[in-house]
Design a protein. Structure first.
Length: 152
């Protein structure tokens, strides 16, 4: 993978910081849809699965595909994913678009996979991981608050 310059990393991190409040709102939505096992104090496997795929993915599209796959499954979590899926996909699309704004295509590079495209891929994954940290931290905060308030 192409190494990102410190300046580009700072731009990505600044974007994540500036959007943190928006990302946290999605964490609240996850808490509403995928609460937690209040008897055993276990958080939702669905939240952890999304976190795991986001942190381990080598392609941004893997994250998008995971969400679409969850939305299309039959089972007890299908309603929650169908309620949340479009919001998640909208935020992922925004991250994809942002990566192209931060690293515009180089029209002079005619190679199959240009340097700018490789940087966009790296930026997308960095954006997604920052996004996911904000979403999950807000979800976990809501779980902790719920437990502290004696609702467990």
């Amino acid at each position: 993978m192409t190494a990102l310059s410190n300046k580009l990393i700072q731009k990505v991190d600044s974007y994540i910081d500036n959007k943190h409040k928006t990302f946290s709102k999605l964490g609240n939505c996850f808490f509403k849809e995928f609460s937690y096992d209040k008897n055993n104090h276990r958080i939702s496997a669905q939240v952890r699965n999304l976190q795991q795929i986001t942190c381990s993915a080598t392609r941004f599209a893997d994250i998008e595909d995971f969400v679409k796959n969850q939305m299309g499954k039959e089972g007890k979590d299908k309603r929650q994913w169908r309620n949340l899926g479009d919001k998640v996909l909208t935020e992922l699309k925004e991250l994809r678009d942002t990566s192209q704004e931060l690293v515009p295509d180089d029209p002079t590079d005619q190679s199959k996979l240009s340097e700018s495209q490789m940087k966009q891929m790296a930026v997308r994954l960095r954006l997604a991981r920052g996004w996911m940290r904000a979403v999950v931290s807000q979800y976990l905060y809501r779980v902790a608050r719920d437990q502290m308030e004696g609702n467990s």
